[in-house]
Design a protein around this ligand. Structure first.
Ligand SMILES: Nc1nc2c(ncn2[C@@H]2O[C@H](COP(=O)(O)OP(=O)(O)O)[C@@H](O)[C@H]2O)c(=O)[nH]1
Ligand SMILES: [Mg+2]
Length: 383
């Protein structure tokens, strides 16, 4: 069992837990691997460590090539309420979609790799300005990585939403598989985060699980996993619904969760059944079929982009007059969040607010700074 690892191997795994840089992490894992005997009981753990080393190496390479290019060259300042990227293989129709959805007029061409820099445009939806940025292709038409793969993927990690654009006329399911693979290797997961896992290491007392919610996994399996990375004494707090993958993400892989959306373009030329194939691979990521050419599905795509961002519109009222331009906030924002956006010290000065809309039972209700707002609310803040 992995529970009986040589002491040196455990030390190396503890070093990994404490490591700060990618290079330190790789060194610690390689050391651990060389110290863990190779037999049936350690097979799973050795596999996990090898996979993690491979990932870290790739990450190191990506970082190095990122450093090699001038920083500002790939930079697009965020504008509007959110930044959304269009990413995908060459010739999938990213430029065409940017043209169809925004005010931007990028070059569209049948030649692959026409777009070599991020190109921004502004999309208006429900009075909300949303910035779309087309990124240079991350795959050729033959699904090989391009000279832009690392930089485009890196850029997308900072976006509020990643729209994966597939060429519906060229085996879109294969493109999606490759793209999801690249994201997985880059430490990005599109799975919705269902839980919070917090591990507090202790000096003694064994492993104690405190679960608020439900555990979709055997307690024993969690204990084995933790012991296998050298954690023998800890209080583990779990909120929400946690699976073994969630625990692996926390202790071995350090994944970032991003919102994603899949646009299957050129649906006018798609082979029958290809949309279904995409949906089978997409998992939790919503899929929209579109045609930049004939306009099919574009309204649906706009709506899904807006919905995925989970924004709300709030209208302020002053002396009985309601503004016609909304303030855009992330869902679950409070009166305090709103006040801080209006003016830095408004939040401190405010006494109470009156609210009209879906978040209150009585229209014009008096609420405090912790009141959670809803889409379409009208708010008058009193100081
Ligand atoms: N049939 C069809 N062709 C499209 C569609 N969208 C784009 N194209 C064509 O696909 C080629 C590549 O388009 P482009 O927008 O430059 O792709 P990008 O490389 O992803 O930016 C061009 O010849 C477009 O005219 C579509 O919805 N249907
Ligand atoms: Mg393009």
């Amino acid at each position: 069992m992995p529970a009986n690892l040589p002491a040196e191997a455990e030390k190396a795994l503890a070093k990994y837990q404490a490591a700060r840089t990618i290079e330190e992490k790789i060194r610690a894992l390689e050391e651990a691997l060389s110290l863990i005997p190779d037999h049936k009981g350690t097979e799973k753990l050795r596999g996990r460590i090898k996979r993690r080393i491979a990932e870290l190496r790739r990450e190191a390479e990506r970082k190095a090539s990122l450093r090699a290019v001038r920083r500002d060259y790939f930079h697009v300042p965020k504008e509007g309420a959110a930044q959304v990227v269009l990413i995908g293989a060459a010739n999938s129709g990213k430029s065409s979609l940017l043209r169809a959805l925004t005010n931007a007029k990028p070059q569209v061409s049948g030649y692959p790799l026409t777009t070599t820099m991020p190109v921004p445009g502004m999309m208006l939806y429900n009075d909300v300005e949303i910035q779309l940025v087309e990124l240079p292709a991350i795959l050729t038409e033959d699904l090989e990585e391009t000279q832009f793969t690392n930089r485009s993927i890196g850029f997308s990690k900072n976006a509020d939403l990643i729209v994966i654009v597939l060429d519906g006329a060229r085996s879109p399911a294969k493109q999606l598989e490759r793209i999801l693979e690249i994201y997985d290797e880059s430490g990005v997961s599109f799975r919705r985060k269902r839980c919070e896992i917090e591990i507090e290491k202790k000096d003694s007392g064994g492993i104690r699980l405190v679960v608020f919610g439900s555990l979709g996994v055997d307690v024993k399996e969690v204990e084995d996993l933790l012991r296998s990375v050298g954690i023998r004494n800890a209080v583990v707090r779990v909120r929400g619904e946690a699976s073994i993958e969630d625990f692996e993400e926390v202790v071995i892989r350090e994944m970032t969760h991003k919102r994603g959306l899949i646009a299957v373009n050129k649906i006018d030329q798609a082979a029958p059944g290809s949309l279904e194939e995409v949906k089978n691979i997409a998992g939790e990521i919503p899929v929209v079929a579109v045609s930049a050419e004939n306009g099919a599905g574009l309204e649906d795509l706009k709506r899904q982009i807006f919905n995925s961002l989970d924004l709300i519109r709030v209208y302020t009222r002053k002396a009985g007059i309601t503004s016609d331009k909304p303030i855009i906030l992330p869902r679950n924002s409070t009166i305090r969040d709103l006040a801080e956006i209006i003016h830095r010290d408004f939040a401190e000065k405010m006494k109470y607010a009156r609210v009209w809309g879906a978040s209150v039972k009585v229209q014009g209700q008096r609420v405090g700074p912790d009141h959670v707002l809803e889409d379409g609310d009208i708010v008058e803040i009193k100081i």
